[in-house]
Design a protein around this ligand. Sequence first.
Ligand SMILES: [Mg+2]
Length: 179
Amino acid sequence: MLKKLYPDYIFPTIQDIDDDFFRKLNIRFLIMDIDNTLVPYTCPEPTKQAHAFLQRLKKENIAGGFVSNNHAARVELFNKTIGLPYICNAKKPFTAGIKKLMKIIEADKMHTALIGDQIFTDIYGGNRAGLTTILVNPIESSETPFFAFKRKYEKMVLKKMEEEKKICLKSTDAQNILQ
Ligand SMILES: [Mg+2]
């Protein structure tokens, strides 16, 4: 069970993902979380950084889509200028939303990665669906007590994973996530 919580890769932010990362892993499909992964939770529309990342995927011929636990209005507004397939109210870590999106973009497990900022929803869901999982540090640090509580347990999982040397740290900055 614990291993299903371990991400395959960790980066501080989406901007830190190496240029050849997706190519090297033969990733052709990317399922993305939105809140605190691509933009801050409080940011309704894509930022310059989010646009740049999505542009990069396009250039690399990676088909993308969003699987968000947030409600339709949030996801629709965010996606308005992007126009990618999406699933809202996805209830990650349940895999139904993830699988639904994979069907829409005609993705296969072998060539699909999921990126998100939360271990218990994104990473656990992605691992359960049999995908390559990528964890990024949440963009926004100011969070509710509930999130702070959850983060504490996420850090415990990451520490445990580090002990078992199952982690693949692509950047020394990623060490910060473990502190
Ligand atoms: Mg998130």
